[in-house]
Design a binder for this molecule. Structure first.
Ligand code: KG4
Ligand code: ZN
Length: 390
């Protein structure tokens, strides 16, 4: 079966083509047209600008995907599209395009929840070795799929922070979630406070690495005298919100405010990378903020896993591209839950893409089997900015 999928919920116009044969998946095309440089000027995504860009890019992106896959519309068996949650002007471009193609090409159409897509990015075979409880180490996606449940998935994106328990495919129980800002949103806001621009996540991650590098330089005593002032090495102290609460919920808005208050007390406020010393101060904030986020996310995930005893822990959403989070969660699982498998998407499938939508669609199509309804779905499919995961 060949699935053509579209994703336009935020600032990426994406089209993928996925082929599924006997439970094995091949990604024939994964095209992503990013609008980051457009929105960077505004410090965040402007919904109407995003929609205009999607409109401009969507047909070229579909054309490019078909060309790359060496296929035509005749080869497509199913069209899949993100129909929520997300920015409504942006979502509508993908959904209306998918409806039009479904009508013109006479192909079934399926709507996919954006977060379901992120979770299913973990099922894209990336040749990771997975250690499954009671099973041998395996390397095959299809084998993995049969044996991974129950799954505990830490979902971390620009709009969501949730711990999701899946006892089987397409079944979701949210056991904890953020009470205010999503973790990606906190990364973006803290980056703005520190003058690092948009998107904040990758900028904070790269800058935090600099803090670690500086420490390495100091240890090596390879110069950088100015930076060796003791005060420059002092990390700001930031809270770990709700780390001890007896539930699996999160809160990141206070952490962002803690960065703001701490930065405001600094005699050099507003901190901008004017000198080596101020660069280091910014790097220290990034390092400590990122560590605070990792500490909270990892501690709650491990605690939830001890309670629900999943066979597999997964990581999903744009923030799952964060190197430290990937690494430190893996280390914590290895130490505390050595029998639990750990699955993370390749970074290109962590951030928004359409392959994840196609793979989720493949499971929905196979397991729900309501294919007659999907034939006429171009008439009925609704776009919902607040679509719930169910
Ligand atoms: O999943 P995603 O691409 O879009 C939404 O569904 O929201 O996630 C975007 C979020 C942004 O807040 C971005 O700053 C964050 O993911 N992000 C990262 C990294 N790469 C993207 N956060 C931390 N570290 C990263 N490397
Ligand atoms: Zn996303």
């Amino acid at each position: 079966m060949v699935i053509l999928s579209l994703e336009t919920s935020c600032d990426e116009t994406a089209c993928a083509i996925l082929e599924e044969k006997n439970g094995a998946f091949s990604v024939l095309a994964n095209i992503v047209s990013s609008q980051i440089s457009l929105h960077a000027k505004w410090g965040g995504v402007v919904p109407n600008l995003a929609a205009r860009e999607h409109l401009k890019n969507i047909m070229p992106v579909i054309d490019e995907a078909l060309t790359k896959a060496h296929l035509t519309s005749k080869d497509v068996d199913l069209i899949a599209v993100t129909n929520g949650p997300g920015l409504i002007p942006a979502l509508l471009i993908g959904v209306e395009t998918a409806k039009t193609l479904s009508y013109l090409w006479k192909k079934p159409l399926i709507g996919i929840h954006h977060i379901e897509g992120h979770i299913y990015a973990n099922f894209i075979d990336n040749n990771q070795r997975s250690k499954i409880k009671d099973q041998e180490k395996i390397n095959s996606c299809s084998l993995f799929i049969d044996h991974c449940f129950p799954v505990l998935c830490l979902v971390v994106s620009g709009g969501h922070t949730q711990l999701v328990l899946m006892k089987k495919h397409l079944s979701y129980e949210i056991i904890g979630e953020t009470q205010d800002d999503a973790v990606g949103e906190a990364f973006d806001k803290v980056a703005r406070i520190l003058g690092l621009g948009y998107p904040g996540g990758p900028a904070i991650s790269a800058t935090a690495e600099m803090a670690a590098d500086y420490r390495g330089l100091n240890a090596d005593k390879r110069g950088h005298k100015k930076l060796q002032r003791k005060s420059a090495w002092q990390l700001p102290k930031l809270p770990r919100p709700m780390i001890k609460s007896d539930n699996f919920n999160f809160s990141f808005s206070g952490l962002k405010t803690a960065v703001l208050y701490s930065v405001k007390k600094n005699p050099d406020y507003p901190l901008r990378p004017r000198s080596e010393a101020s660069k280091l101060q910014i790097a220290n904030y990034c390092y400590e903020f990122q560590q605070a986020v990792c500490d909270v996310l990892i501690s709650k995930t491990i605690r939830a896993a001890k309670k629900y005893n999943p066979k597999t822990i997964m990581l999903a959403g744009g923030v799952s591209a964060n190197t430290e989070l990937r690494k430190q969660l893996g280390e914590a699982i290895k130490k505390d839950l050595p029998d639990t498998a750990y699955r993370i998407p390749e970074t290109k499938y962590s951030i928004d893409n359409a392959t994840m939508i196609a793979i989720a669609a493949s499971f929905r199509y196979k397991l729900k089997k309501n294919t007659r309804k999907l034939k006429n779905n171009w008439k009925n499919l609704e776009t919902n900015a607040n679509l719930k995961l169910k």
